[in-house]
Design a protein around this ligand. Structure first.
Ligand code: GLU
Length: 263
């Protein structure tokens, strides 16, 4: 297996239970598989959502808040909880993690980009697995829907993958990949194994909706794939609850939906 620089993105629906509270089985499986992929000689970056989801659980709130201040406060608590658990589980498998929280300025200003790239390169050269999220407690653009910047962590993961020149972006989802219809409504729909070109037909298949705690859905994954493939990065969307998908993606085996990079 050739050594690769791989960005993995994991969403709230993999990290948190639908009601509330962290999904330790999924988090542990993720940490173990990513530590293993790194030990096999790859460079691994994790873009993780779940700050708000974890905070909702930790503060025992009835649902994801709608109000901005409360959402930012909840994210501050949840991000802390999340990184504590990641540090614990990655540490169990001998992996060191480092936290990077981003705002739009860090990526949009050329000096900010250079600085950030330097931080990623240094962390990776030290063998660290950077864990990235938008700085939800500071940046209001992501969680306040009228002023999208990254918009969601799917897009953020594509921006990070482009910035660091990743070979591959693996988006771990609560779906096995892109289907030719809505698998939640129609059992006869089929998985699309390879997308050579993201056109209107593919976008229509991705539909719209996300989950109750996260902001994503298949549409934002396809939008993220569009950014990454244009930058020469292969994108795989696969289910995040089964660590075997992580091994398969890292090994270049067929899994989920592959959005093939534009050469
Ligand atoms: N940054 C948000 C969080 O960590 C999630 C954004 C998203 O769902 O894509 O909770």
């Amino acid at each position: 297996m050739s050594k690769k620089r791989i960005v993995f993105k994991v969403g709230t629906s993999t990290l948190c239970h639908a009601g509330k509270g962290l999904n330790f089985r999924n988090i542990e499986g993720l940490a173990r598989a990513l530590a293993d992929v790194k030990n096999a000689g790859n460079e691994v970056v994790l873009v993780s959502s779940g700050a708000i989801g974890a905070g909702v659980g930790r503060l025992n709130l009835p649902e994801r808040p709608r109000e901005l201040r409360l959402t930012q406060a909840v994210a501050a608590v949840g991000q802390c909880e999340l990184l504590h658990i990641f540090d614990k589980f990655f540490g169990e498998y001998g992996a060191t993690v480092g936290q990077i929280l981003l705002t739009k300025d860090d990526v949009e200003r050329p000096a900010g980009r250079q600085n950030l790239l330097g931080t990623f390169e240094t962390l990776l050269s030290l063998g660290v697995i950077p864990i990235v999220n938008e700085n939800d407690s500071v940046a209001f653009e992501e969680i306040e829907s009228e002023h999208h910047v990254f918009g969601d962590n799917d897009t953020l993961s594509a921006i990070v993958a482009t910035l660091i020149g990743a070979d591959m972006l693996v988006i771990l989802s609560d779906s096995d990949g892109l289907f030719d219809g809505d698998p939640r409504r129609d059992a006869s729909v089929k998985l699309i194994p390879i997308v050579e070109e993201i056109d209107a037909r593919i976008e229509a298949m991705a539909g719209g909706a996300g989950s109750a705690l996260g902001t994503g859905g298949m549409a934002t994954k396809v939008a993220a794939a569009r950014i990454a493939v244009a930058a020469g990065i292969d994108v795989i969307v696969t289910h995040g609850a089964d660590p075997r998908n992580i091994y398969a993606a890292a090994a270049g085996e067929k899994v989920g939906t592959l959005f093939r990079r534009r050469l």
